[in-house]
Design a protein around this ligand. Sequence first.
Ligand SMILES: C[S@@+](CC[C@H](N)C(=O)[O-])C[C@H]1O[C@@H](n2cnc3c(N)ncnc32)[C@H](O)[C@@H]1O
Length: 309
Amino acid sequence: MSTSGRSDGDTWDIATSVGATAVMVASARAVETASDQPLIRDEFAQLLIDGPELAALVAKMSATYTADPEQAAVRAHMVNYQAARTHFFDAYFAAAAAAGIRQHVILASGLDSRAYRLDWPAGTVVYEIDQPKVLKYKAATLAANGVQPVVDRREVPADLRFDWPKTLRDSGFDPEQATAWLAEGLLMFLPGDAEERLFADIDALSAPRSRACIEDFTVDDAAREAYEKRRIKADELRRRLGDENVFDPGDLWYTEDERRDPAAWFDARGWSVEALKGRDYLTQVGRPLPEDPSVAATFRAVWISAEKP
Ligand SMILES: C[S@@+](CC[C@H](N)C(=O)[O-])C[C@H]1O[C@@H](n2cnc3c(N)ncnc32)[C@H](O)[C@@H]1O
């Protein structure tokens, strides 16, 4: 099923459509990094959102966040959520590396800077899959600032709805080696059938002892109602402030599609699976949960960690 802001086979660059959501989350990491007591340090996030190509988008985001208290609450929680999420998934890669895994695949890498900032053992390869222009923007912007990857980082320009495994193999990926996969901030941007194909492809390409970490979004009636409220609010803001001052990623998600529970899906294929609610991790790391129930309803992610026997 389609959603109003998307079409089959649509593409984007870093400043448009789904590409802009990578800027949204990187800007939250930049705010967290610059805060008094940061939980994570992503010193490349600010550099990445400061690119001249993104000036209009970043201004639009900040106009939206300051125009309305609910948007401000969403943004404030977004910073805490991204801090916790980055912290958790950084630890996931560190644990996989400590267990001897040397092949890592970041699906929908966006402005993820892990290939530039984590401590990777010698011999590690990190594959990043995203739309070609998104990959190019990140590498070019960091290179222009004298920043190079600290690992063998390989770009895999591909669309995750289609035949990305071929492009991954062509880039040197070895399915005989254990892999650590990450799908962070991705599933809602995939139609339901593409999501299931993605799980099947991960499983098919995973040698024994491979691991996967997947951020799953709980889209139930309460969340749908909250998304609808947010869409109505965004329309109101557009009328009040003009299109150029309102950032609203709400119509990019496939919220109506039938979804598989990734925990059950991988469990049924013999992987050992653990599921952690994002909100429980926020509490563990001392971050507040949103007070507004509408904001809370749209931040109900579950982080699934799975290992193939
Ligand atoms: C919210 S951002 C998350 C980026 C990154 N994982 C992070 O957490 O910083 C979503 C990313 O998914 C990528 N993406 C979504 N659908 C995709 C598709 N079908 N093929 C390739 N990339 C996709 C976008 O280009 C964007 O970079």
